[in-house]
Design a binder for this molecule. Structure first.
Ligand code: FES
Length: 123
């Protein structure tokens, strides 16, 4: 079986803004695990990661695929924004370059973009 094309990396180390004892990325990762459909899982994998360098904007995620632009996104609510994140991953996967036009971005993606990075050069 081949690897899904897109990986959504979820930081599980960020601390919640209102409670430093809580690390909300764990719940986001769990919610993705529960809500990605079998069809989604064929194209999208969700993986934990320790720090994406934007620690003040939990939940933080990165969306990456070979040969595509990589997005770093923040401010995802681990309950309210799960469906937006899944839809963002679907649209990202459907895009040839990984770039998702602003009008096609789910709300949480539109508000949460921190950076986008071009694909590594081939070679
Ligand atoms: S600890 Fe989550 S981005 Fe740094």
């Amino acid at each position: 079986m081949s690897q899904p094309e897109t990986t959504v990396y979820v930081c599980t180390v960020c601390r919640a803004k209102d409670d430093p004892e809580v690390r909300p990325g764990h719940a986001l990762l769990e919610a993705l695990g529960a809500r990605l459909t079998a069809e989604d899982r064929a194209i999208v994998a969700a993986e934990p990661v320790e720090c994406l360098g934007v620690c003040s904007r939990p939940c933080t995620v990165a969306m990456a695929a070979r040969g595509k632009w990589t997005y770093v996104l923040g401010d995802f609510d681990n309950v309210a924004d799960v469906d937006d994140l899944i839809e963002a991953a679907r649209r990202y996967t459907a895009s040839e370059t990984g770039l998702v036009p602003k009008k096609d971005r789910p709300d949480a993606m539109r508000k949460g973009i921190i950076s986008r990075t071009p694909p590594a050069p081939k070679g």
